[in-house]
Design a protein around this ligand. Structure first.
Ligand code: NAD
Length: 515
């Protein structure tokens, strides 16, 4: 299998002329898998009829590429197109299960630095049946970090690990983006959701950065919710929310829930924004169960394309399409996935028509170009969602001076199933020196030595903390290497180590639960 990820990202495109009436903006288009080709055809037909000034370049990605031996699902020359146009309209692709294939969606987002995933979710009641007619919110999901770093290991017979990475630059970029988006789009409130009552260091950083940056946007109301109650409120009282900014995994889950609450996951479009490139798509997948039948709803990709048009400086075309699409909904134009409109609502002659196929739905939108919706709120796009056309990106991340870092111990992770915590501690204490000594053992994060409880269930995976013995003492990497040598000679199976450091005197590690 080939690894086709680009070695370095060169940016060639000149976007200074975006928005000028006579310029055809080059964009890269991928038709994708499953229903992808059907909904892309329909979408491009609407864009052409609406007068979108685009020059599409087509690339082939997804299933056929995987089958041809490209393990990443994309060929090297396709990266060239993306780096040249910097704008990508992408239909959904199928990720083959098993076989070591990585998700191409995740690869594209991370390789091109698409750090912000913007997912507007809006209810269209009474024309699309929903229990939440007032739902109108935008989820701004961090798109590159968190558990999606994809760093996973099997460590013992019983234990598998996925590394959750949250970085200060990642937090600053996504939080700023959420506030810039709110400001540019007249949104009044930004809610941050994390689980920082449990993950105090990683989610704690996200929350802290939110608190730092919100001070720069005094006109925007803010709050923070723990993700569990936040998700519960979203599902029951979505009108409480306007813009939600949240780490990757929570945002992924919340946005599917919110999209489905509007009536169908097939209705929502999504933008993936980076400092250099932006990608626009539907939030749903390739729907292999209905592929080739001509019944898929093209709305998600069409609304993704609307976001793209705003991004490349064609807001008037975007609004024309969006309003025509709203008119189609008002007229009862519908596809198979949408629930029937409530009785009496949208009761025009078309309500009685059978549900339309993909292409006929596109034709129905085209037939309404130039009209404004009567009941639903017409859309205007005077200003693009930040960063408009890539030129008004939030300020670039400025690295702070390095902290004073001191080494104060090491967590040694050990694989063993034969010994109790007490017996393991005895074996490990062979590594103690006057300066560095075994302080604690945890199992799945819970302290089991000293003073563990017999009720605590233990796996074969132990975190053994050696800490400096003197107050304000420090250790060295050489002392740690010597410790590992001694433990290995004593037959201890060391899986990995994590150094314990203090940064400007503040401990950079969490206590064990129960410590
Ligand atoms: P899916 O979103 O493709 O389908 C879920 C359900 O929703 C299916 O019943 C499908 O028929 C329906 N549906 C989805 N889009 C629709 C539309 N436009 N019109 C009408 N009905 C629609 O999710 P899945 O079945 O879990 O995934 C299928 C494949 O898509 C998988 O290989 C997955 O990895 C991939 N996927 C790709 C993307 C992407 O490319 N961005 C996103 C999610 C999933």
């Amino acid at each position: 299998m080939k690894n086709d990820a680009p070695q370095e990202l060169l940016i060639h495109a000149d976007h200074t002329n975006l928005g000028q009436p006579d310029v055809q903006v080059p964009i890269t288009v991928a038709y994708g898998d499953g229903i992808g080709p059907e909904i892309m055809d329909a979408t491009l037909k609407v864009l052409a009829a609406a007068g979108a000034r685009i020059a599409p370049e087509t690339i082939d990605i997804g299933e056929r590429l995987y089958q041809a031996g490209h393990s990443s699902g994309i060929a090297p020359e396709s990266w060239d197109s993306l780096r040249r146009t910097r704008v990508f309209l992408k239909a959904p692709i199928t990720t083959p299960s098993g076989g070591g294939y990585k998700s191409l969606n995740v690869t594209i987002r991370k390789t091109l630095g698409l750090y912000a995933n913007v997912r507007p979710c809006v209810s269209y009641a009474p024309f699309v049946a929903t229990q939440h007619p007032k739902l109108d919110l935008v989820i701004v999901r961090e798109n590159e970090e968190d558990l999606y770093a994809g760093i996973e290991h099997r460590q013992t017979d019983e234990v598998f690990q996925c590394l959750k990475l949250i970085t200060r630059p990642g937090c600053e970029k996504i939080v700023r983006y959420a506030f810039e988006y709110a400001r540019a789009n007249g949104r009044k409130k930004v809610t941050c959701m994390t689980k920082d009552n449990i993950m105090k260091m990683t989610d704690g950083l996200f929350h802290r950065v939110f608190d730092e940056i919100r001070a720069e946007y005094p006109e925007i109301e803010t709050d923070h919710m723990i993700i569990d109650i936040g998700a519960a409120r979203l599902a029951t009282r979505p009108e409480l929310f306007d813009v939600i900014v949240t780490p990757n995994l929570y945002g992924d889950i919340l946005s599917d829930i919110a999209a489905e609450m509007t009536g169908s996951v097939g209705l929502a479009g999504s933008a993936n924004i980076g400092e250099h490139v932006a990608m626009f798509e539907a939030i749903h997948g390739s729907a292999p169960d209905i592929a080739g039948q001509g019944i898929a709803n093209p709305s998600g990709l069409l609304l993704g394309a609307v976001m793209m048009l705003v991004h490349i400086g064609q807001p008037e075309v975007a609004a024309r399409i969006h309003n025509a699409w709203l008119c189609a909904l008002e007229d009862g134009v519908t596809t198979a996935d949408l629930h029937a409109p409530a009785a009496g609502a949208g009761a025009t002659a078309e309500t009685a028509h059978p549900r339309l196929g993909t292409q006929a739905f596109a034709e129905a939108v085209i037939a309404r170009l130039g009209r404004l919706p009567q009941t639903l709120k017409p859309v205007t796009y005077q200003q693009a969602p930040a960063p408009r056309a890539l030129e008004v990106a939030p300020p670039l991340y400025v690295r702070a001076p390095a902290a004073r870092k001191t080494l104060v111990g090491v967590d040694v992770f050990v694989h063993q199933s034969a010994l109790s915590a007490e017996a393991l501690a005895q074996r490990l204490q062979v590594g103690n020196t006057p300066a560095l000594a075994l302080q604690m053992i945890t199992n799945r994060g819970v302290k089991v030595w000293p003073g563990g409880f017999p009720e605590t269930f233990c796996t074969d995976h132990w975190r053994c903390r050696f800490a400096v013995t003197a107050t304000e003492g420090t250790t060295t990497h050489r002392e740690i290497v010597a410790l590992l040598g001694t433990l290995t000679d004593a037959g201890v199976d060391v899986i990995k180590t994590e150094n314990l450091c203090a940064f400007d005197g503040v401990n950079g590690y969490a206590l064990g639960q129960g410590q």
